[in-house]
Design a protein. Sequence first.
Length: 150
Amino acid sequence: MQRTLVIFKPDCVHRRLVGQILSRFEAKGLAVVGLKLIQVDRALAEKHYAEHAGKPFFEGLIGFITSAPVVVGVLEGNEAITVVRTLLGATNGVAAAPGTIRGDYSSSKQNNLVHGSDSPESAEREIAMWFKAGEVASFTPAGSEWVIGG
Ligand code: UDP
């Protein structure tokens, strides 16, 4: 079992797509083990996107992610990091394949609805950055044996 961090970005919250997109993750077999709506401050935004500091889109990205509340979650499941990234599709919504979340709902490089951790190291760092220990649950969702087999 693997955990990954997802952020339903301000465009997703404004467009009332949080429920629909969360449903796609759940339908794929991922379990929600942490979830909350928060207003991100600049310090957390800069920390989360530290690898992009100095890039031309950085200031716009920080302004975007702090402009309205986000819903942040921890999803757990088999190969959760890859599964989420595959469902999300390419970063740029214009180029993202139809059938992916960004391909179906986004036409923007920046406003691409959802963040997903890109490696086990990032997932661990990001979950610790966004959630306190007691906010992430540990349990075995019923029926897990039907989601993962073979
Ligand atoms: N982004 C942007 N302009 C760009 C590239 C990225 O505004 O040219 C934003 C976009 O919201 C993206 C985030 O910066 O999701 C982080 O970029 P990354 O390359 O890590 O993409 P991701 O892992 O989210 O697909």
